[in-house]
Each structure stands twice: as structure tokens, then as C-alpha cells.
Design a protein around this ligand. Structure first.
Ligand SMILES: Nc1ncnc2c1ncn2[C@@H]1O[C@H](COP(=O)(O)OP(=O)(O)O)[C@@H](O)[C@H]1O
Ligand SMILES: [Mg+2]
Length: 207
């Protein structure tokens, strides 16, 4: 270790954290396979997905310079992994539009987790089984601000759903991270043209 620079040391640690998280995900996956109770299997699969997303952030950080991550490259790796498993019946496609650019490590992890939940929700809830559709993650960066929209062209939110009172764990995680880690606001609304869109506006000033 003494021969490594500080940057190289930090990268090496991110590499080890990534390996450990992948082990955790593999253990949870094994557990899920041995579980006969459907709800428990789904809960374990959700944990696998979340841990995998965090592992991908550490993988990106293990090759990063000065703890900054190329979010476009990272998101392009995260998105295909979200559809694996539980949502195999949905034929919806997921794609990125626009550019996130680079972000500091402290923002990358919460943002990737938020995207994981929102995209998974679209795949899991927006489309009838077998129906084709599209989920678009669009990023727009302009002086000091990053706006991210996760939109789908599916069935829309359930009638009368109150986002503030929704008790699902996914949106709870999203709200908490957006609020406390990203210092941003979340809006989930009907998408013009049908479906649902979630909007996050992030201030990047000084970061
Ligand atoms: N893109 C979407 N399209 C339709 N309904 C959605 C969408 N996103 C979320 N929902 C609704 O919001 C609910 C809460 O989501 P969430 O908090 O992630 O919990 P969960 O996904 O475990 O049900 C979902 O059960 C679903 O009814
Ligand atoms: Mg969910």
C-alpha cells in the first residue's frame, strides 16, 4: 500500500467494496432460490437489485479519477440490469436520453439507487404483461442544475394514489434519498401523452 498514491488506494478500496457487494448480492440470490414463499422471493430479489446497483457505482469509482463518475457510462450499465429477473414478463424497452455528465461520488450512489427504483417501478407496474412499451431516462444539464426525468408510456398511476402517503418501500427509498442525500425535490405526475413521469431537479452548485 505504501507505494500507491492516495487516489490509487481509494480506487483499490472501491474495487474491494464492489467485490464484497457482489458477494452479498450472490448470497441473497441463493437465499431467494431456496425460498418457497413468493413474497419473500420478491423481497429478496429487490434487495439483490439494489445491492447490485450500488456495486456498479463502486465499480465505476474503482476506475475513476478524483472520486468523480461518468454517470452516462454508469447509467448505461445499470439500466439493462434492472429489468433482469422479476419483470421478465414486461416487454418494455429502457433507454437513456441526453447526458448526465460527471458527478461526485457522494451524489452518484443515491442517484443511481433512485433511478433503479423508478425504472423498476415503470417496468413492474406500468405495463400489462407482454405489452410493448418504453421507459426513458432523460438527463438535462445546464448551468449548475441537472434535471432527470424517468418517463413511461404505460397505464399511469393508480386512481387516487397519493404519493406522500404511498407506503411502498420503493418510493419511500426514493423520497428519502432525494430529500436527504440529493437535497432535491421529487415530483411524480401523469406524463403528457400518457403514462407516468418522475422528475428530479438537482442543484450541482459547488459540487
Ligand atoms: N411508473 C408507474 N406506473 C404505474 N404505477 C406506478 C408506477 N410507479 C409506481 N406505481 C405505483 O406506486 C406503487 C408504489 O410503488 P413503490 O413504492 O415502489 O412500491 P412497490 O413497487 O413495492 O409496490 C406501486 O405499487 C404502483 O401501484
Ligand atoms: Mg417499487
Amino acid at each position: 500500500m505504501a507505494l500507491l498514491s492516495k487516489d490509487a488506494t481509494i480506487r483499490e478500496i472501491h474495487h474491494r467494496v464492489k467485490n464484497n457487494l457482489q458477494t452479498v448480492a450472490a448470497l441473497l440470490r441463493l437465499q431467494a432460490r431456496r425460498t418457497a414463499i413468493p413474497e419473500a422471493r420478491i423481497a429478496l430479489a429487490e434487495s439483490v437489485r439494489r445491492v447490485n446497483s450500488i456495486a456498479l457505482v463502486h465499480e465505476a469509482l474503482s476506475v475513476s479519477v478524483a472520486e468523480r463518475v461518468d454517470l452516462d457510462e454508469l447509467v448505461d450499465k445499470v439500466l439493462p440490469a434492472i429489468g433482469d429477473g422479476a419483470t421478465a414478463e414486461s416487454r418494455a424497452k429502457v433507454r437513456r436520453e441526453g447526458n448526465f455528465g460527471t458527478l461526485p461520488a457522494a451524489l452518484a450512489t443515491p442517484l443511481v439507487l433512485v433511478l433503479t427504483e423508478l425504472v423498476h417501478n415503470a417496468l413492474a407496474h406500468a405495463f400489462d404483461p407482454g405489452r410493448a412499451g418504453e421507459v426513458v431516462v432523460s438527463a438535462h444539464r445546464s448551468d449548475g442544475e441537472l434535471e432527470v426525468v424517468v418517463g413511461d408510456d404505460g397505464r399511469g398511476l393508480p386512481e387516487g394514489m397519493d404519493l406522500e402517503r404511498s407506503t411502498g418501500l420503493g418510493l419511500q427509498i426514493v423520497r428519502t434519498l432525494v430529500d436527504s442525500e440529493l437535497g432535491s425535490a421529487l415530483e411524480v405526475r401523469p406524463r403528457p401523452g400518457g403514462g407516468t413521469e418522475a422528475v428530479i431537479k438537482l442543484s450541482l452548485r459547488g459540487r
